[in-house]
Ligand binder design. Sequence first.
Ligand code: PA5
Length: 477
Amino acid sequence: MDHQCKECMAPQIELDVNHMMADALGDKGICSCCVDKMKDAAAKAYQAVTENRGTGWLGWTELPYNQEEIVADIEKTAADVRRDFEAFVVLGIGGSALGPIAIQQALNHLHYNELPDGKRPGPRFYVEDNIDPERMAALFDVIDVQKTCFNIITKSGATAETMSQYLILSTALKEKVGEGWQKHIIATTDHEKGNLIRLAHQEGFKLFYIPASVGGRFSELSPVGLLPAAVCGIDIRGMLSGAKCMDNRCKSDDVWQNPALLEAVLQYICMQEMGRNVQVVMPYADSLKYMADWFCQLWAESLGKNVTRDGQPCNVGQTPTKALGVTDQHSQLQLYTEGPYDKVVTLMKVGSFRCTTEIPHGCDEFKDVAFLGGKTLNQLIEAERQGTEYALYKAGRMSQTITLPVVNAQTIGQLIYFLELTTAYAGELLNIDAFNQPGVEESKIASYAVLGNESEKYAKKREEMTHRAERKAKYIL
Ligand code: PA5
C-alpha cells in the first residue's frame, strides 16, 4: 500500500490483518476463501452505503466536504472563546461527548489542563459526560464560572443528563454573571427538534447545528467535535482532510481494495461464524486511549440489535472493550491468551511518537536492568506491542494492527472515518439498522418514570415497573 495520500501527501494509516488469517493461525484464523465467498455481500453493503451517501442517516459521509462555511464560523468562534474565557466546558453524553474527549486526548498535550497559560493552545478543557453529583460539584471547585464558556451538546435537545446540567449551570451563570450570562453558552443541537433549540432561540445563545442526517455517535466530524477541538487549538481542517483521504481509499466494492470493507467482512465472520463476539481495542499509546472508548460506543450501539431490517428477530453485535497497551498487559492479557476463544484483539500502533524519551544507562551490576539503558521508551513500548502480538499469535488468538504513522489531525481524521465506514458496512452485512438505538430508550423512559415525570408515557411505565418480580430478601446479603 501507499504510505502517503497521493493528493495531500499526508501519511496514511494502515490496517494489517495478517494475524487474523488462517495463513498465520491455521484453523483458528479466517481462510481468505471465506472472505472471497463474501465478495457479493460485501459489494452489496458497499453499494448500499455509497448509493445513500448524505441521505437518511448517512449524512456523516459528507461532513468532510460540505462544511466550508461552518468551519469558518467554528474557527472564528473558537478564537473568540480563546480570547474571552479561561475554561471551556462541554456538557453532553454518549456521541455528544466521547468524540471531543478522544480528540483532545489524541491531539493535545497529555497534561493539557496543567500547562501554564501561554503554553496551552486554548482554555482549560473539561467534558462533563456524567451526572455524578460529586463530579458536578467538583467542576465548580476548579472553574470560575465568570470566566468559563459552556458548550451544551445534545442532538435530541432532550437528554435528561445534559438538560439537568444546563439547568445547573444556567442558574450559576445567572447568579454569578448576571446580565450577559447568555454569552457564556454555545449550543450545539438539531435545527428543529428538542428543547435546546427553543431555549437557544429564546435566550440568543450562539448556535451550531447537528445535521438531521447525522446521528450522535457519527457526529464527531460535525460541530459536535470540531468546535471543542478548534477551541483547544486543534487543526480541524486537517481532521476533515484526513477523513477525505480515507473516503478516497475506500472507494471500491472489492473487499481486498477497500480497508473498511475488509475490516467489516472480517469482523462479520468473527462474530457470525467463529464465535469471536468480543473485540478488544488495545492502543499502544496513551494518546489513543479514548479513541478506543469512542469506538466502543460506535460499534456497540450501532451493531447490538435484536431485529433485522426485514423485521426478523435476531440478536447480533460484537462486544467492544478497551484495553491500554502496555498497562493492560499486566491486567488483561492473561485472559486474552488463555481464556475462551471468544475475542479478537485490535492493536493500535504509533509509527513515530511525537517525542523520544531516552532511558539512561545505569545499574550496571544488574544485567537485566542495565540492558535497558541507552534504549528509548519508544523502542520499549513497540517491543512490548510486538511481544503481545506474538503471544496472541502463539496462543492461536486473532489480532490485527492499525498503525498510525504519526498521531496528528490527518491520521485521526482517517481513523475516525475508517471506523465509521466499517461500522456502516458491518450494519449492512448484518442486515440491521446501525443508526438507531431503541435499546437505550427503555432505560431512559424507566428512569424518567422513577424520577416521577407526570406525563402519561412515564406514568404508564411507572405502573408497568411495579409488576416486575419482587426482590427476595434471601438474595440480598
Ligand atoms: O449515538 C447516539 O445517538 C447516542 O449515543 C447519543 O449521542 C446520546 O444518547 C446523547 O444523545 P443527545 O446528543 O441527543 O443528547
